[in-house]
Design a protein around this ligand. Structure first.
Ligand SMILES: Cc1cc2nc3c(=O)[nH]c(=O)nc-3n(C[C@H](O)[C@H](O)[C@H](O)COP(=O)(O)O)c2cc1C
Length: 414
């Protein structure tokens, strides 16, 4: 048996039959009330078919209805239709499924919330004018967000999911707290690494307290923000130690933010032509592994070939291999890799820089949408068309659903 084929049991007791994991990818497939739909069921049935029983991490579910990452995210608050989420979970059998939980903070687009929130009133995220300048959260609001992560985890447990992954990477709210570039607070939620980690650590604790020891609580963390004055690898190492002390079951390593999209290999610090290289964050994974003790480490970002996967596992720096874009264009890839296939190369993007990053992500999102609609993926899909449709869709749906969301927010307890 190769390392890729070998099973792994997480500290929670969750058994993974092999080492390939489908990483979180936003689906944008909810209904107008941000409930799970039959499109999620079709999509997860498709991914489960190709996953050979491997772990599926869902796209991010929002913990606060006012601040969404996409207009059609699932929201895991008191209005969640748990029976519908259970149907999605059932569609994904026999794969274990954990739901990623997120609050986008200042990466909430302006069509969804004209004033987003952040640890401090930092500058707006500069991306196609999509984001507005945030206001600083009050301390009491931060406590509510921490509680919302716990409540969302409890709902996922009720729906039969195997666990949750708290999203603290890619520049979303918990990563904003971690970053001294965005978090300039002087209260207990800011300052040194311990203060900047508090929102993450307490959210993890809330998720654990609301669910219990047999439920997997994972975290997705940046190795670094790849930005001057931001979250560094030294910070990340310390955060990993704090998370281990909290009893997390799995730490996934990624990197970058909307401002510096290292998650797709697109920053200079990763070296020239990094996006053509594999395993963007492999060097940090070794440090993460040393700090994580017995807690398994998953690495995601640019991993494409079976030989690199086996080498990462053999090196001992990585326990699980996360795949994002490759399974959005080839949902059967995990099963193929396990059967001995060499891996895959992905399309290259030559879009104008102004829409380059968004264009790439949205092209894959469009493929995910196709699978949700029961269609096959379409490699020939035009990337500029996908990006344009995305912006128009977010604008139209974001603005038109504002009143609906406000009504549900007003009737949300707490
Ligand atoms: C369409 C799309 C949606 C994504 N949504 C999420 C998400 O909801 N949460 C998350 O942590 N990462 C998200 N990612 C990032 C992936 O999980 C992964 O970190 C990134 O794609 C790099 O891995 P890859 O090179 O295997 O694609 C998304 C990526 C894509 C392409």
């Amino acid at each position: 048996m190769t390392l890729l084929e070998s099973p792994l049991t997480l500290p929670s007791g969750l058994v993974l039959p092999h080492r390939i994991v489908k990483a979180a990818m936003t689906e944008n497939l909810s209904d107008a009330d941000n409930q799970p739909t039959t499109r999620h069921e079709a999509l997860y049935r498709r991914w489960a078919q190709g996953a050979a029983g491997g772990l599926l991490v869902t796209g991010n579910l929002m913990v606060d209805r006012r601040y969404l990452e996409r207009s059609r995210n699932i929201v895991a608050d008191a209005h969640l239709d748990v029976a519908r989420l259970r149907r999605v979970r059932e569609a994904a059998r026999p794969s274990p499924v954990i739901a990623q939980l997120n609050h986008p903070g200042r990466q909430t687009n302006r069509f969804l919330a004209s004033t987003p929130v952040a640890p401090s009133a930092a500058a707006a995220v500069p991306m196609m004018g999509m984001f507005a300048r945030p206001r600083a959260l009050e301390a009491v609001e931060i406590e509510k967000i921490v509680a919302a992560f716990g409540a969302a985890a409890a709902l996922c447990q009720d729906a039969g999911l195997d666990g949750v992954q708290v999203h603290a990477a890619h520049g979303y709210l918990l990563a904003q707290f971690l970053s001294p570039h965005v978090n300039q607070r002087t209260d207990r939620w800011g300052g040194d690494v311990t203060g900047r980690s508090r929102a993450l650590v307490e959210s993890v604790r809330a998720a654990r307290t609301r669910t219990g020891p047999g439920f997997t609580v994972a975290v997705k963390l940046n190795s670094s923000d790849f930005r001057h004055g931001g979250f560094t690898e030294d910070d990340a190492e310390q955060v990993i130690r704090l998370l281990v002390a909290e009893g997390v079951d799995l730490i996934e390593i990624s990197g970058g933010t909307y401002e510096s999209p290292a998650l797709f290999g697109e920053v200079a610090e990763l070296g020239s032509g990094a996006s053509a290289k594999e395993a963007y964050f492999a060097a940090f994974a070794r440090r993460a592994r040393a700090a994580a003790g017995d807690v398994p480490v998953m690495l995601t970002g640019g991993i494409r070939t079976r030989s690199v996967m086996e080498a990462l596992l053999a090196d001992g720096g990585v326990d699980l291999i996360g795949l994002g874009r490759p399974v959005a264009i080839d949902p059967d890839l995990p099963a193929k890799l396990l059967a001995g296939a060499p891996g895959t190369t992905l399309p290259r993007y030559t879009l104008p820089t102004a829409i380059g990053f968004a264009g790439e992500s949205e092209w894959y999102e469009a493929q995910i949408g196709r699978m949700g609609a029961g269609l096959e993926v379409k490699p020939g899909l035009n990337a500029a068309v996908a990006a344009t449709r995305f912006v128009a869709g977010e604008l139209g749906r974001g603005l038109s659903a504002r009143r609906r969301r406000a009504r549900l927010v007003a009737s949300t307890p707490g």
